[in-house]
Design a protein around this ligand. Structure first.
Ligand code: EPZ
Length: 421
């Protein structure tokens, strides 16, 4: 397994371009199963989760290849309806093929995604939503088996105790595009990635209104066509780069970063004494690295995203005073905390909260990343720590960040990847 060697660095200077959003690209790739026609996708990041989705699509019978930076997906008359366990177990987002397979093939078999290091991740909302549209669902040998002779529009609710589900909204929306009549999706997720999927489906000929709000209307059509589409820029990568500059100091233009996708993050960074301004198709971030502690609660969009909780906790570790991080989406998503503590961070846990007492300096140590956002947090911590930090588990980082180390190095950060032979 590869590892990073991370040295104390900074300040960061220059311009960096944000890549396409993994969490927008994955459901959009799955949506290609709703048509026989070819779709061309630009801005899809070359990360291993995208490779996993491509492998699933190939098993289902879709021809997939890269033409330069454009991803070409040709479903033709694909007949597959079973997603293989070996591939689904690599990535929970594989569950977003469930809706399109059901809508197009009338049946789908998808292994129930297993446990996950960021906590319990049930899929009851996906199943209830699909059942509301007429699917019959049974469990068989650990697989979800869904069938429908006829799918009909209905009202579907896609929220649970922690708020709306992003991928349940995606699954129900995709099925509704080909169901008879109108579907009303109540308490729909408003994340930019859901809006991006809706825009792609509209480009395919779907009739959708209300995306980006909590009530969506989808009027079913008899068929969808292929489309050419550019995936939105990754707000989580953008936020990670803003936080890196905030922690290391400097002056960086994060091109492609959108204030409307990152408002809660920008507000908190400004409160922490970072300067952020909109400029030239991006956000310019300036920091003296003198940061002030803040209180953050993760919430569904437009709240502070759970996917930036770990990097923000790393930032809090070196901010003056006491910070409070409360995780409302995945209350157990704190696997990075013991690793940050190994580097000298002063963090205590109370239920879904981490109380972070800022320290002057972190110190380098070997640390292990449990998931991709934890990996990003440990890289940022390593960049402000004394001595060298070895970050293991960076295969997790490669699942969702394309070229993060090259981007940080281009701005002046000191880290190298050691490849295992
Ligand atoms: C998406 O996962 C993202 N993944 C996650 O990003 C992200 O953390 C999450 O949304 C929240 O923003 C992709 O888009 C591929 P949810 P998703 O269903 O849709 C509960 C990353 O690091 N829930 O919106 O699977 C659930 O337990 C990843 O890139 C149910 O109760 O998340 C959680 O508390 C990790 N029942 C809350 O809803 C369900 O059926 C939100 O989860 C589904 C979810």
């Amino acid at each position: 397994m590869d590892r990073f060697l991370v040295e104390r660095s900074g300040p960061l200077r220059g311009t960096v371009e944000v890549g396409g959003a993994k969490n927008a690209a994955l459901p959009i790739m799955a949506a290609c199963l709703l048509t026989e026609e070819e779709s061309l996708l630009d801005g899809v990041p070359r990360v291993t989760d995208v490779e996993s989705m491509l492998n699933i699509l190939r098993v289902l019978g879709v021809e997939c290849f890269w033409n330069g930076d454009t991803l070409v997906l040709r479903p033709g008359g694909y007949t597959g309806w079973t997603a293989p366990y070996e591939l689904v177990s690599l990535m929970r987002a594989s569950v977003c093929v469930l809706g399109p397979l059901l809508a197009k093939q009338g049946r789908a078999r998808v292994p129930l995604p297993g446990g996950c290091v960021i906590g319990l991740r049930p899929i009851d909302l996906h199943l209830k939503g699909l059942q509301a549209l007429g699917a019959e669902i049974v469990m068989d040998h650990g697989d979800i088996v869904a069938r429908a002779e006829r799918l009909c529009g209905n009202t579907a609710h896609v929220a649970g105790p922690s708020g709306s589900s992003v991928l349940a909204t995606a699954n129900v929306m995709m099925v509704a595009t080909l169901a008879e009549g109108v579907t009303i999706i109540e308490q729909a997720a408003c994340e930019p990635e859901v809006v991006d999927l809706a825009n792609f489906l509209i480009a395919m000929g779907a009739k959708i209104v209300g995306h980006g709000t909590s009530i969506m209307h989808v009027e079913g059509v008899s068929r969808l066509r292929g489309a050419r589409y550019r995936v939105i820029a990754d707000r989580i990568e953008a936020g990670t780069l803003l936080m890196a500059t905030a922690m290391l100091g400097g002056d960086v233009l994060v091109r492609g970063a959108r204030e409307d996708h990152l408002r809660a993050v920008v507000d908190k960074l400004i409160e922490a004494c970072v300067t952020i301004e909109q400029e030239d198709g991006g956000l310019r971030v300036r920091s003296t690295r003198e940061l002030k502690g803040v209180e953050v609660t993760t919430l569904p969009f437009p709240g502070f995203p759970t996917d930036l909780q770990a990097p923000m906790t790393a930032l809090m570790s070196v901010s003056r005073g006491v910070s409070l991080m409360t995780e409302k989406i995945y209350p157990e998503r704190f696997m990075h905390v013991p690793e940050l503590k190994r580097m000298g961070a002063q963090i205590s846990r109370e239920g879904p909260s981490a109380i972070v007492k800022g320290v002057e300096r972190l110190s380098g140590a070997p640390v292990n990343a449990s998931d991709l956002r934890a990996a990003a947090a440990l890289v940022l911590a390593g960049l402000v720590a004394e001595n060298c930090t070895e970050v293991f588990g960076i295969e997790h980082l490669d699942r969702g960040y394309a070229h993060l180390e090259q981007k940080l190095v281009s701005l002046g950060a000191r880290l190298t990847r050691e490849r295992s032979s």
